[in-house]
Design a protein around this ligand. Structure first.
Ligand SMILES: Nc1ncnc2c1ncn2[C@@H]1O[C@H](COP(=O)(O)OP(=O)(O)OP(=O)(O)O)[C@@H](O)[C@H]1O
Ligand SMILES: [Mg+2]
Ligand SMILES: [Zn+2]
Length: 574
């Protein structure tokens, strides 16, 4: 007794049965109806997405004894033989095992004869990229002058390996990977036809594991049915194909979120003790992080998500714990780990390292925030703000910040003017209490003195745009009187003056001044060092560096002092 595997049994026999690939289907249907079918096609795309099926379908449409038609009858000898892969006028050549010139010579010989019964002779060359160069050249000749009533379909998973000369003689269709939901739909349909009772969770696991290939999905379904019989069991299905339950992945991610390295490591230990495949788990975790990233950016209902309905709400809750920034960092770490584990002698170590990185990645601050000295989470971080609150660097009323360290937390002086950095050990609870972030405007009035006000304006501008902030570096002087702020630039700083004179930049400069000075102002940007009482001589590089808010931020963060070293630029020349 012969059992036909599901993937073969359910090869699509009509365009309606083809899942996805609408673009290819529509174009081919139009060509058939309009009698404009080309002589040669390339069908390229990932494995198991319908290339061979579509090639056979096209052959059937053209050769059906009732046709040509976009709805082949499926009953005539031509239709039946093509479906069974036994038609003498439809030749399938596997280029992976017949790579050489002889096979293509044989093909050229064959091409010269008319079809024996059907309207057209169809040559389907699978894995065509495997042909040798000589074979390609021989094929090229045939494609250049295709005999009447012949059709070539070159199927390949690696179209980029085809010589350009071949590509330019064919119409090229790219078959895309199938969506999770398309695969899930087809699995449900087939289970219904096969009288298999399948909970959505089980089919969802199969669809996820298939990674866009319908053939892979159907092969997995075969395996699962073999193991479970006609009533699929969700837990068994997941175990069988190595898909980890959402709760387990969620648990791991919650431990990461809590910064609980111990729990994370123990969970990995448990996985190993159970004999789980760590690489598969890593792949699952990576997929989940990708899903979280999508849920965070596109919403939990996005069709881009590869999950069942039940898992969507879990994902949504998990996604709210992290910022987009964090998730993309996590994604990067996991992708790298996945790759490294493949070649590692100790994949467990790589996996542990990756998860420790996730635990610690949450404590990192974006460099821009560190530079601006403001640890206040931006509103766009939404739910993540809750996570950062106790940990991230923040302003406190005294102009101090609480560092990102978790425990014990460390207090250091913020970059705005104040006393020398002071390091105080604090219990984490205290840190949480004091982490109330006043807005920048509340901090501003404390700043006194011209240089300090200018530094604050620069810092505010820098926060918006690093480039714009740096435009104030070549400033030779500034004056603030009666609601008028004047900025002076010398010839060397003409570029900056010009930029700041544009309306858009001037608006930003005005906003920064108003924020710092606490009053409405008018802005004047002047290209003349002589005007203005407070005009100064051009600054030395040391002076410029000393006034640069970024340098100052770093100096204070890392508790540095200025040293009287020789001016490097001058020293070198002497
Ligand atoms: N788009 C699709 N619609 C319906 N069924 C499909 C589709 N793609 C694949 N299948 C299922 O998978 C099986 C294999 O598909 P097919 O042979 O067409 O894939 P392929 O793209 O030629 O793959 P390969 O590159 O490995 O040759 C089919 O018999 C069918 O059951
Ligand atoms: Mg194929
Ligand atoms: Zn027919």
């Amino acid at each position: 007794m012969s059992y036909q595997v599901i993937a073969r049994k359910y090869r699509p026999q009509t365009f309606d049965e083809v899942v996805g690939q609408q673009l290819v289907s529509e174009t081919l249907k139009n060509a058939i109806s309009g009698n404009r079918v080309a002589h040669s096609y390339i069908f390229s795309g990932a494995r198991g997405v319908g290339k061979t099926s579509m090639a056979r379908l096209l052959a059937k449409c053209l050769n059906c004894l009732q046709g040509p038609s976009i709805k082949p009858c499926g009953q005539c000898p031509a239709c039946l033989e093509i479906a069974a892969g036994q038609c003498v006028d439809v030749l399938e050549i596997d280029a992976a095992s017949n790579r050489g010139i002889d096979e293509i010579r044989g093909l050229r010989e064959n091409v010269r004869y008319l079809p024996s019964r059907d309207r057209n002779k169809v040559f389907i060359i699978d894995e065509v990229h495997m042909l040798t160069n000589e074979a390609f050249n021989a094929l090229l000749k045939t494609l250049e002058e295709p005999p009447e009533r012949s059709l070539f379909i070159l199927a390949t998973t690696e179209a980029h390996k085809l010589p350009a000369t071949i590509q330019s003689r064919c119409q090229h269709f790219v078959f895309r990977l199938l969506d999770y939901s398309e695969i899930l739909g087809r699995l449900k349909q087939i289970c219904l036809l096969e009288n298999v009772e399948a909970p959505e969770g089980a089919l969802s696991a199969v669809a996820q594991a298939a990674d866009g290939s319908l053939r892979d999905a159907l092969s997995l379904l075969d395996e699962v049915i073999a193991a479970c019989g006609n009533r699929l069991d969700e837990v068994k299905t997941r175990q069988l194909i190595g898909v980890v339950p959402m709760e387990y992945l969620g648990g791991m991610l919650e431990a990461v979120h809590a910064g609980d390295a111990r729990s994370v490591l123990e969970r990995i230990g448990q996985l190993c003790a159970e004999g789980s495949d760590l690489s598969a788990f890593c792949a699952e975790l990576t997929r989940t992080i990708r899903n979280l990233m999508i849920a965070r950016s596109c919403g939990a209902q996005s069709p881009l998500l590869q999950v069942s309905g039940a898992d969507r709400s879990t994902l949504e809750k998990l996604a709210a714990l992290y910022s987009e920034e964090e998730l993309s960092r996590f994604f990067q770490i996991m992708l790298r780990a996945q790759n490294e584990m493949r070649y590692s002698l100790q994949p467990r170590f790589n996996f542990e390292l990756a998860l420790m990185k996730l635990v610690h990645a949450g404590k990192l601050l974006p460099i821009e925030r560190l530079l601006s000295g403001v640890g206040k989470p931006t509103p766009s971080e939404g739910g993540a703000a809750g996570r950062r609150a106790p940990e991230a660097a923040r302003f406190t009323a005294g102009g101090t910040t609480v560092s990102p360290a978790r425990s014990p937390s460390v207090k250091i002086v913020d970059p705005s003017p104040g006393p020398r950095p002071e390091i105080v050990e604090r219990a984490p609870e205290q840190a949480t209490e004091s982490a109330v972030a006043p807005r920048a405007e509340e901090v501003a009035p404390a700043i006194a003195g011209d240089d300090q006000r200018l530094a604050a304006i620069k810092a505010t501008l820098f926060e918006q745009s690093k480039f714009l902030g740096s435009c104030l570096n070549p400033l030779t002087g500034w004056r603030c009187e009666a609601g008028q702020v004047q900025f002076f630039f010398s010839k060397q700083g003409a570029w900056a003056a010009e930029l700041l004179q544009s309306r858009e930049h001037k608006e930003k400069l005005k906003a920064a001044c108003e924020k710092v000075l606490g009053q409405q102002v008018k802005i004047y940007v002047t290209l003349s060092p002589e005007s203005g009482k407070e005009t100064r001589a051009p600054l030395s590089s040391r002076q410029r560096a000393e006034r640069d808010p970024v340098v100052e931020t770093f100096r204070k963060r890392f508790d540095c002092v200025w040293e009287n070293v020789q001016d490097v630029s001058r020293g070198n020349r002497q």
